[in-house]
Design a protein around this ligand. Structure first.
Ligand SMILES: O=c1[nH]c(=O)c2[nH]c(=O)[nH]c2[nH]1
Length: 291
């Protein structure tokens, strides 16, 4: 048998790098995949790992480089990594670095704070209309509106039982993908303007709230839509807590000063609640996955 083309490395390193200039924060959000080739005949044929730079090391390098060199652009970052792997190890002859970059737009708010972002690419707007010949029920909504605060979020003071390991945090990244549905008290409205306003208030409440939990942020987001939308009776929000874990860079002699995060995709906390106007009936189904 002949060993043909082969390559290896860590794929899909989900890295978020926050750069802080006072109260103005900048974000880079990348998915970095490393593939290396070189003298890898032995590892395949005899099982000797002597020539192998581990995929785990390639992952660590991606995170450490984000801290040490920053991420000026995907190309620049990829060039640094590829050069490092190929020139740093005699057994590695070529490197392919693939990067997907997710773009974020700043949520502009009055005041000096500039640490709130919404993922570029529009969310999906939703609508459901019911009519039985007498009564109307109009439910508007959106899904996949992805937002992130790079500070002003803490989580402390929760129950600790024998299985609790989560460390308390006074400063964390709070990110979620908003899924919301809101029910109108009327079937006559300027629907586009109503939608724009609800979306704007969801974003403003997310950005403005100093968060003690995602539950509290959810309540502020829903309440703000109701406070500013007199024709809205009820809103249901489903917010996945898109965890961003600080990467431990200590083993590489680097201090991670809330700059380099690993964006985990699953599992995620899922925080859901309905907010109602006084006297309103809860009619939006609890399970919103099937619109
Ligand atoms: O905002 C949060 N709410 C929770 O209920 C929770 N649980 C958890 O592990 N992290 C968080 N964060």
């Amino acid at each position: 048998m002949i060993l043909g083309q082969n390559q290896y490395g860590k794929a899909e390193n989900r890295i978020v790098r926050i750069t802080r200039e006072g109260s103005t924060h900048h974000i880079k959000d990348l998915n970095v995949s490393v593939a290396l080739t070189g003298d890898m005949t032995d590892v395949h044929l005899s099982g000797s790992n002597a020539n192998v730079l581990t995929t785990d090391t390639t992952k660590n390098t991606v995170f450490a480089f984000a801290k040490e060199h920053g991420i000026a652009s995907a190309e620049e970052f990829g060039i640094l990594l590829a050069r490092h792997f190929v020139t740093g190890q005699p057994t590695i002859h070529s490197a392919r670095i693939r990067i997907e970059e997710y773009a974020w737009e700043r949520i502009e708010t009055p005041g000096p704070k500039r640490h709130s972002f919404v993922r570029e690419g529009r969310e999906t707007r939703t609508a459901q209309i019911r009519f039985d010949g007498t009564d109307w029920e109009i439910v508007s909504g959106l899904k996949d509106l992805t937002v992130l605060n790079s500070t002003d979020s803490e989580f402390t003071g929760y129950v600790k039982d024998r299985y609790t390991t989560l460390p308390e945090t006074r400063d964390r990244v709070l990110a979620t993908q908003v899924h919301a549905r809101w029910r109108h008290s009327t079937h006559e409205a300027d629907w586009d303007s109503s939608y724009r306003q609800a979306r704007e208030h969801l974003l403003a409440a997310f950005a403005d709230t100093y968060s003690l939990s995602l539950q509290q942020t959810l309540h502020r987001m829903g309440s703000r839509v109701l406070e500013n939308g007199p024709g809205i009776e009820e809103i249901r929000l489903s917010l996945p807590n898109r965890h961003h874990f600080l990467v431990d860079l200590e083993p590489f002699g680097l201090k991670n000063d809330n700059e380099v995060y690993y964006a985990a995709d699953r599992p995620y906390g899922l925080i859901e609640a309905t907010i109602l106007r006084d006297g309103a009936e809860a009619r939006i189904p609890v399970d919103m996955t099937n619109l």
